[in-house]
Design a protein around this ligand. Structure first.
Ligand code: HEC
Length: 172
């Protein structure tokens, strides 16, 4: 090996050694930083603590005679007393959006489009009573088939009337 080669290897080894020392230094530094922060943050993580307590919870609970077992009562998911069932429209506008707009929103299947004054003028002229009747009981006209209550036979007559009011109001 020439002198030059020896020199090259020495410098090369030195550089390699330095890089390794730096890498180890960064690694050690990262560990030190992590030991101060990581564990603490993991332990404080809301999801983590929730999962841990869920895993620690007893797999089953027993009702014991003579004790308060109310915590074991089967909770029936359902509407709170007095409020409408979830997904049930509470106002005419909501019913319109949930049911009527399927046809009346864009004027599908011959339905007079809500907001289209020309399409509604003659219908409104029949009077609200007729419109209510046709909305509640269904109506086969020249344009098409209006299903009873727009298919929502589960809602009250009043709500359907309110939906008619809403449609009339935005169409005149
Ligand atoms: C499946 C489609 C469809 C749905 C859903 C629907 N309608 Fe209709 N509706 C029609 C069609 C079609 C007509 C036009 C019938 C005709 O004049 O030939 C109509 C007409 C009407 C009329 C005018 C009746 C008349 O005498 O001119 C009213 C009022 C009405 N609908 C109210 C409602 C309300 C309120 C709802 C929601 C609760 C609703 N519709 C949902 C299809 C629908």
């Amino acid at each position: 090996m020439s002198k030059q080669d020896t020199h090259f290897f020495n410098v090369f080894s030195l550089v390699l050694g330095l890089l390794m020392a730096i890498a180890i230094g960064i690694f050690a530094f990262a560990r030190v930083v992590a030991s101060h922060t990581q564990d603490k943050q993991v332990m404080a993580e809301a999801d983590y603590t929730k999962n841990v307590s869920a895993r620690l919870a007893l797999p089953a609970q027993e009702a014991i005679a003579g004790q308060d077992n109310s915590a074991l009562a089967i909770k029936v998911a359902g509407p709170a007393a007095g409020s409408a069932a979830p997904g049930m429209p509470g106002t005419g506008t909501q019913l319109f959006e949930q049911a009527c707009s399927a046809c009346h929103g864009q004027g599908i299947a011959g339905a007079p489009k809500a907001g289209d004054k020309a399409a509604w003028a003659a219908r409104i002229a029949q009077g609200k009573a007729t419109l209510y009747q046709h909305a509640l009981n269904g109506f086969q006209g020249k344009a098409g088939m209006m299903p009873p209550k727009g298919g929502r036979t589960d809602v009250s007559d009043d709500l359907v009337k309110q939906a008619v009011d809403h449609m009339v109001q935005i169409s005149q």
